[in-house]
Design a protein around this ligand. Structure first.
Ligand code: FAD
Length: 509
């Protein structure tokens, strides 16, 4: 009987909402922008993860920022407030940008663009619509010879989506995550209030929203500092069989004297190479070296690839090689196994695009992605290597996909923001970027659970990046000492829990 009642309630709620959506369209003047077209609903009901499906009642395709405020105000004042999820590109993997029985806002319908302003004495900035993809920001700013300094590996994701998480890549150790590189944001709160905020004005909202998983408001514009863009990059990969040597060298490279340190490299990442050559074969390695790499993998099980970049331009092109050699001097990679490339800055930043195109052409892009992204304190990274890389990942007979490992400096993050990181000066990010078939993603998910269980038992204080938790207890543990402020900010800015329910923090709609 209980189950039946629950079902009836869901049906009543859904039909109530359906009626409201059509009257909303009339009342609010949103017209065809608020769509119940099956194609729009279908596209809003899945994401890059292809693991979760949720069907909204309608999709808003806003033409103006005001359309978003109008919708939120009506949800807020509604007798049964309905849920709203901003969706950037939907490159989340666990339904974070989805909603059942509510409205998905397709942010990329906005066309607020990128406006560059400033001068060389006060500095340059870009005012960027949150719907913009990072590739759009790059292309628009490069026209002025300028660029932001902090990036993600992949550029076909929205500014609003990454600022709701953190936005990390190999530049983070030096320049901080993308959330540390924002001067000002426009936000529409869960009450429908439009506010411009900075670290000084409306600072509570500013810090709440950055890394806030979409819980406090919808970002519509971000002001991002720009610097003169480099023209080209020297891009180097070195191979290690010894994990301690690999992490020691990574940590040496990220220990710098501030972001202007011209004796520092500009980018540090790392990855695992194991299993068959399909997992690691890339244009980076000279095929003449394949057999030696394969024999090293056979001997050691895992080879670690350290990736470093130094930017340069016309003025520094004659000195960059020497500078780079100095920076890399004394590193303990396997002698002879250093590989080098020289590419344009844009090709380097947009490097994942070629991989995407290839996967798309093979029908392997729109498949389940049971990803797991973790932050791990430096003091525990050896334990993690032994317990997870060697004892779990290497031993199981499933393709592990790309596994990234690289360190960052805590002092480049702002603790007042909602983003959560380990409490150590240096911590690593490890990304298990898995792709699976539609019928076997659970096998990968089981391994993710095994990894998290191992960390818990070994008392490794991991924090999930792009987090996915299913219980309130796990969310409380995730936020730790920040939980109280997170809840207070929620009641301040989205008291009716309207926004981003797909994160599953305050409701599970
Ligand atoms: P969505 O998935 O659409 O949304 C994410 C969350 O943010 C949702 O909760 C949504 O409701 C909320 N949201 C979206 N827009 C707004 C807004 N304007 N205001 C408030 N809330 C909003 N991340 C990194 O940090 N570094 C990487 O190198 C990196 N590489 C990636 C590579 C690939 C191939 C993919 C698929 C993802 C990668 N990511 C990376 C993860 C990516 O940053 C997140 O998935 C991000 O959320 C994607 O942005 P999106 O625009 O698709 O957001």
């Amino acid at each position: 009987i209980q189950a039946l009642c629950a079902m009836i309630l869901i049906i009543i709620n859904r039909s109530t909402l359906a009626i409201d959506i059509s009257s909303l369209t009339l009342d609010l003047g949103l017209g065809e922008k608020l769509s119940t077209d099956p194609e729009a609903l279908e596209s809003a009901s899945h994401d890059y993860g292809h693991i979760v499906t949720k069907t909204p009642t309608a999709v808003l395709k806003p033409a103006f920022t005001d359309d978003i405020a109008t919708l939120i105000v009506s949800a807020y004042n509604h007798s049964t407030p309905f849920s709203i999820a901003a969706k950037g590109c939907g490159h989340s993997v666990r339904g974070q940008a989805m909603v059942n029985n509510g409205v998905v806002i397709s942010m990329t319908s906005l066309k607020n663009g990128v406006i560059v302003s400033g001068n060389s004495s006060s500095g340059f900035v870009a005012d960027v619509g949150s719907e913009q993809l990072w590739i759009d920001v790059l292309e628009a700013t490069l026209k002025h010879g300028l660029a932001p300094v902090s990036w993600t590996d992949y550029l076909h994701i929205t500014v609003g989506g990454t600022l709701s998480n953190a936005g990390i890549s190999g530049q983070t150790f030096r320049f901080g995550p993308q959330i540390s590189n924002v001067y000002e944001i426009d936000v529409i709160t869960g009450k429908g209030q439009f506010l411009t905020c900075t670290a000084k004005n409306n600072s509570e909202l500013f810090h709440a929203v950055l890394g806030g998983l979409g819980q406090f408001g919808i970002i519509t514009r971000a002001r991002i500092p720009l610097e003169p863009a480099p023209q080209r990059v020297k891009w180097v990969r070195m191979l290690y069989s010894d994990f301690s040597a690999f992490t020691r060298d990574q940590e040496r490279l990220i220990s710098i004297n501030g972001r202007k340190d011209d004796k520092a490299v500009d980018y540090v990442e790392g990855s695992l190479m194991m299993g068959s050559s399909e997992n690691w074969r890339s244009s980076f390695f000279d095929p003449a070296n394949y057999s030696i790499i394969i024999s090293l993998i056979t001997t050691h099980g895992i080879i670690y690839s350290l990736e470093v970049v130094k930017y340069y331009n016309d003025q520094t092109r004659f000195t960059v090689d020497e500078e780079l050699q100095l920076m890399l001097k004394g590193l303990n990679y396997i002698p002879g196994l250093m590989f080098e490339k020289d590419v344009s800055y844009i090709n380097f930043l947009n490097r994942v695009q070629a991989g995407e195109e290839e996967l798309r052409s093979q029908g392997l892009w729109e498949v389940p992605h049971p990803w797991l992204n973790l932050f791990i304190p430096k003091s525990q990274i050896e334990n993690f290597n032994d317990g997870v890389f060697r004892n779990i990942v290497l031993k199981r007979n499933i393709t592990s996909g790309l596994v990234l490992v690289y360190p960052m400096n805590r002092n480049k993050w702002d603790d007042r923001m909602s983003a959560v990181i380990p409490d150590e000066d240096v911590f690593y990010t490890v990304g298990f970027l898995r792709a699976s078939g539609f019928d076997n993603w659970k096998v990968f998910d089981d391994q993710n659970r095994e990894i998290l269980k191992f960390c818990e038992e070994a008392r490794i204080e991991v924090k999930q990046y792009l987090p996915h938790h299913t219980t309130k207890e796990d969310w409380m543990k995730h936020f730790g000492p920040k939980w109280k402020a997170f809840v207070e900010r929620k009641s301040m800015f989205d008291p009716k829990s309207i926004l981003s329910p797909g994160q599953g923090i305050f409701n599970s709609n």
